[in-house]
Design a protein around this ligand. Structure first.
Ligand SMILES: NC(=O)c1ccc[n+]([C@@H]2O[C@H](COP(=O)([O-])OP(=O)(O)OC[C@H]3O[C@@H](n4cnc5c(N)ncnc54)[C@H](O)[C@@H]3O)[C@@H](O)[C@H]2O)c1
Length: 388
């Protein structure tokens, strides 16, 4: 058994809490034979939130991020910081020879992501991007159906992700809407989730045309608000300009010839969290909706005429990852379990010295798609995505 010593950066944010929990939890489900993790350092900038850190990971030192990346007693730097810090912190960690696990989007541009992936290769370290949604075992089932040829050649992908975080025009401004702190807005934030499903299930994107929209141009500014926190407005707030996209509609082509239709937004009033994909092939189709998070719908032309229709398949304990959590079907795995699976894979790949999807190379391709959306929308035309 090998132990990986971890520093979690942004430890009191949403992802920081989930990752910290996942390191402490995964051995209950996956055992310790593929490696264990010990949180040796926590990094958090908000002084109000930093107070409880010592209770959440007893024994961990509380450091600034530049000390954590240089610390010889840290093996893995886990970046749960806002997007604009990913590149700078990941680069420093890679140059110090650390393994790096970075939340999505990997970087603000594909050029930055390429540089990070290249440094990682030179240094021979393990990298991982936090695209956890496709790690729910139901998507392994989808991949297995695709790879076994059961839906034939893929012709069309449809995907979407919508939330109503900003459905209300008075919902307060936060870093996610600030073009300086999150230059690609909803494209890197939410689009990157759908792009990760596309990469996992269909393949690389070769070209696209996108239309980015800013739906609500100004929002009340409230200091220190975390994601999901509600606040009563006093009427005395200053107003901040929204400087990155709220919503995107796009068409794309995959390298394998399939076409794609994708849309995502943070302004879909009433849609608390909507995430779907449908993949149509020459012999059948699959369809998924986050509302039924463990269920896949599968249609096959092999069924006899008069009996054809989508059948529901719930991923269950016949899948070893599902069985690690639950011995019975239909009890349901949720978002936090996907993160526990992801963290277990990060530790396993470091101990085994074997990269696992999605690495920084995957993160680079996803950043290429994000870049292409920004350029296409600006220039109002199709944009090609280069290989590599
Ligand atoms: N994979 C997913 O499903 C998923 C979901 C949500 C967020 N994310 C990504 O995770 C990252 C963090 O998002 P979040 O929702 O947890 O944000 P958050 O705002 O809740 O957390 C960020 C944390 O970083 C801290 N921080 C900011 N600057 C710092 C600095 N210089 N030094 C130390 N700490 C600092 C903040 O105080 C905060 O606690 C983002 O890149 C986001 O895109 C991924």
């Amino acid at each position: 058994m090998s132990e990986v010593r971890v520093a979690v950066l942004g430890a009191s944010g949403w992802m920081g809490k989930v990752h910290t929990m996942a390191y402490q939890t995964f051995p209950h489900f996956f055992g310790v034979s593929d490696g264990t993790a010990r949180i040796v350092a926590l990094v958090e900038g908000r002084s109000k939130a930093a107070g409880d850190l010592s209770h959440r990971a007893p024994g961990a030192r509380i450091l600034d991020w530049n000390l954590a990346v240089a610390d010889p007693d840290v093996d893995l730097i886990d970046i749960c910081l806002p997007d604009h810090l990913h590149y700078q912190v990941a680069k420093a960690a890679l140059l110090a020879g650390k393994h790096v696990y970075c939340e999505k989007p990997l970087a603000n541009t594909a050029a930055e992501a390429r540089e990070l992936a290249d440094i990682a290769r030179e240094k021979g370290v393990i990298t991982r991007v936090g695209h956890a949604f496709p790690r729910n075992p139901v998507h392994d089932l989808a991949k297995d159906i695709i790879q076994s040829g059961e839906i034939g050649e893929i012709k069309l992908f449809r995907g979407c992700q919508h939330v109503d975080m900003y459905g209300d025009p008075n919902a307060p401004f936060m870093w996610r809407a600030d073009g300086k702190l999150a230059p690609t807005g909803i494209v890197g934030d939410t689009g990157s989730h759908i792009f990760s499903f596309m990469d996992f299930l269909v393949g690389r994107v070769s070209s696209l045309i996108a239309d980015n929209l800013i739906v609500t141009p100004r929002r009340p500014a409230v200091e220190g608000l975390a994601y999901g926190e509600q606040v009563e407005l006093t009427g005395n707030e200053s107003w901040a300009d929204i400087t990155n996209p709220d919503a995107t509609n796009l068409l794309c082509r995959f390298e394998n010839g399939a076409g794609g239709i994708v849309d995502f937004s943070r302004v879909a009033t009433g849609r608390k969290f909507m995430q779907t994909y449908e993949i149509y092939g020459t012999k059948g189709s699959i369809a998924y909706s986050y509302d039924e998070i463990n269920r896949l719908r599968f249609y096959s032309n092999d069924d006899r005429t008069g009996r054809r229709g989508f059948r529901e398949i719930d991923v269950g304990p016949e899948n070893p990852t599902f069985r690690a959590f639950l011995p019975l079907p239909n009890f349901g795995l949720g978002y936090n379990e996907s993160k526990i699976i992801e963290v277990a894979e990060v530790i396993r790949s470091i101990v085994a010295g074997k990269p696992m999807w999605p690495t920084f190379d995957t993160g680079h391709h996803i950043c290429q798609i994000v870049d292409a959306c920004m350029e296409s929308s600006r220039q109002k035309r199709w944009v090609d995505i280069p290989l590599g």
